[in-house]
Ligand binder design. Structure first.
Ligand SMILES: C[S@@+](CC[C@H](N)C(=O)[O-])C[C@H]1O[C@@H](n2cnc3c(N)ncnc32)[C@H](O)[C@@H]1O
Length: 307
């Protein structure tokens, strides 16, 4: 959750038509934009590289570039996230297209990728399900990291699925099936997976974070379950057994204070080897467990943490 940036407003005439790149950069930083963001907006509207911004800094903006830059600058000054303005955010070393139809990828979600890859190590052609794929970061990253996997990705939002499909195509992930579905509802009843991963909405209704910072601009149905924050996690746990291979894993991202509740849900549903991974800030961030039975080729890492 990032706090809303606080910017000065752009003084009238601060960014004149035909301003040079150097003058435009100065006007944006004087308005309070960090230099990195100012350069990102300039490279976005001009198509120049960061090096070219320096070597051609006396070049004037053309009328189209000036208009687009002014619009983006004013949207940024109003607090809109950079990722939506430039239409892209990096995740696990790959560029993902984003729009206000999808959640902006968070670095914390890379914990779920690492946990998933560790549990898929040693498997061959594993079947993987990403529930609530959004921009597709989990499904596409796992499909790229494990090209032998057969990945399914679901979302209830057709617009999110369109974005996920576009990202899969752009990143060459051709081993993914996309499905519009309310969690497991549209999956074939016989579909079984070695691993189910999800980053579901887990912010409780009425949480003040929903009306501050970047979250004001993100799709509300991607952020909150409109309940206590645990209802989608509970639905995902309750339905997982019917779609996991024996010995398969369920992994879920959750809020920093939801680790205990997530582990309880998993244990109550009959999961074994329940664990929680912490994010880089030391917060409990991703919990999971193994569906019992069988000797499926899905092995867990030996050093798991089970608080
Ligand atoms: C927190 S976002 C995560 C998006 C993406 N996986 C990521 O990590 O950036 C949750 C996603 O779940 C989807 N979602 C919400 N309710 C759903 C439901 N009932 N069934 C399937 N997907 C749902 C939302 O549309 C959203 O894309």
């Amino acid at each position: 959750m990032t706090d809303s940036p606080s910017f000065a407003s752009l003084p009238p005439g601060a960014l004149p038509v035909q301003a040079t790149l150097r003058e435009a950069l100065a006007a944006m930083t004087q308005a309070g934009l960090p230099a990195l963001e100012a350069r990102m907006l300039l490279t976005h509207v001009t198509g120049l590289s960061r090096t070219q911004l320096i070597t051609r800094d006396t070049q004037p903006l053309d009328a189209g570039q000036h208009g687009r830059l002014l619009t983006l600058l004013n949207r940024r000054l109003a607090g809109e996230p950079m990722a939506y303005l430039v239409g892209e955010r990096e995740f696990y070393g790959r560029p993902f297209r984003v729009s206000p139809a999808v959640l902006i990828p968070r670095p914390d979600t890379e914990i779920a990728v690492q946990a998933a890859l560790a549990r898929l190590a040693g498997t061959q052609a594993p079947r993987v399900l990403d529930l609530g794929t959004g921009s597709g970061i989990l499904a596409v990253t796992l499909a790229c990291e494990r090209p032998d996997a057969q990945v399914w990705a679901t979302d209830i939002s057709p617009a999110a699925l369109d974005m996920a499909r576009a990202n899969a195509a752009a990143l060459g992930a051709d081993n993914i099936r996309f499905l519009e579905s309310d969690w497991y509802a549209a999956l074939p009843t016989e579909a079984r997976f070695a691993l189910i991963v999800s980053n579901p909405p887990y912010i409780a209704a009425g949480d003040p974070h929903l009306s501050s910072g970047d979250l004001r601009f993100e799709p509300v149905d991607a952020l909150t379950d409109h309940g206590d924050g645990l209802s989608d996690l509970a639905t995902i746990v309750a339905g997982a057994g019917a779609h996991l291979e024996e010995g398969g894993w369920l992994l879920m991202e959750h809020g920093f204070d939801q680790g205990g509740a997530a582990r309880q849900l998993l244990r109550d549903a009959g999961f074994a080897d329940v664990f929680t991974e912490r994010d880089l800030g030391g917060n409990e961030r991703c919990s999971g467990g193994r569906w019992p039975g069988g000797k499926a080729g899905v092995q867990g890492p030996t050093a798991g943490s089970e608080p």
